[in-house]
Design a protein around this ligand. Sequence first.
Ligand code: HEM
Length: 409
Amino acid sequence: MSDFSYDPFDPAVMADPLPYYRVLRDEHPVYYLPKWDTYALSRFSDIWDALRITDGTFVASEGTLPSAAVLQRHNSGPVADPPLHPMPFHANFDSPVYESVRRCTSSPFRPRSAAGWAERIRTLANERLDELLPRGTFDLTQDYGGHVAAAMVCEFLGLPVELASEVLAAVNAGSLAQPGEGVEVANSRPGFLSYLTPIVERRRAEGADGSVPIADSLINFVLPDGSTLSDSEAATQMLGVFIGGTETVPKVTAAGLWQLAEHPDQLAAVRADLEHNVPIAREEILRYTAPAQWFARTVRRPYMIHGTTIQPGQRVITLLASAARDEREYPNPDAFIWNRPIERLLSFGHGQHFCLGVHVARLEVTILMQEWFRRVSDYRILSESASRPPSSFQWGWNSVPVDVHAEGG
Ligand code: HEM
């Protein structure tokens, strides 16, 4: 690392970014990437402080996850919000449009609504275990958590649960990043929208009376200029739930069960009181394994940090995965310690774009783990066959084969 350079789309970084993050945090906390006219922030406190600013200094007018094709265009000043129509994903707007559209998609995820999903998640988890445990060997990420998370996304959005496997496969394919390019989410959208647009068409025909909350709120939503959303515009606003709800929970759950299997003393401690200890272990699992590497913002007003002024039109990428390993926030950060004190966490982001599904996500991870431990007395991760594809975005364990010695229960 003597000739240090960092580029989120560099294949070596995508294969293992952690050593780069350490150097960034220690030596270049505000690292400039001339090719992308972008600054990388890598320390926990710097990211926490930047993301909490919600006065329009940071906007996502170029998307929260811009590809290389977007970043290679350099701006000569502030980037305006996109036109209202055709409306892109609402995260690209600043207040108040951003919040008002986000509110349309939020009702199933508010704390009380989220808690109401617990029994459904538990049932789905046990149905999966009924099917998987007799097989003996299967994929912990895809076959267990993946299927349950995708089935929940179908329920949130008003799709038949039978489509869960297809939804899971579509989202997984869309997250694969090419070296040098990043995630081309836009390219996967036609495939995603082929699931989402028909929901809106059907609900419009049925009268959108609120019984399918997300689609119906989007159909009935009136913009500040008095216009409404077309079917494909409304469907586009569902992409966050479609993608975010499907891809992260399974990777976090599988990676967490793997960490615990590698630390038998910690596993025994968690098993000793599932009700109380799984939620504690879950927070360390979220810190240690959350797969999203970074999210971007475009700066709209000058922002000074560590003596550098970032100018309007330039971007920052907030390296959340580096923040999670920042020794300034977490002592001995590369060690997995199930009950370490965690006062602040950036795994769900912070501020304006804070994860919409945070309560459901925590609930899903908790229940998937609790039901696993109730039904499985012993398991072995087949680590040599596990895979974590290189990615600038979701660097997570896509496949974690496990052997459960043909348990039933
Ligand atoms: C352990 C699981 C999860 C993790 C670690 C996670 C993490 C994140 C993070 C870091 C962001 C912030 C992005 C930014 O700052 O630009 C985010 C946003 C988002 N998440 Fe999650 N997420 C998880 C699960 C979910 C679930 C289950 C859902 C929905 C059911 C969901 C829906 C969303 C949406 C819609 C956004 C976009 C928010 C916005 O820009 O308005 N996520 N998530």
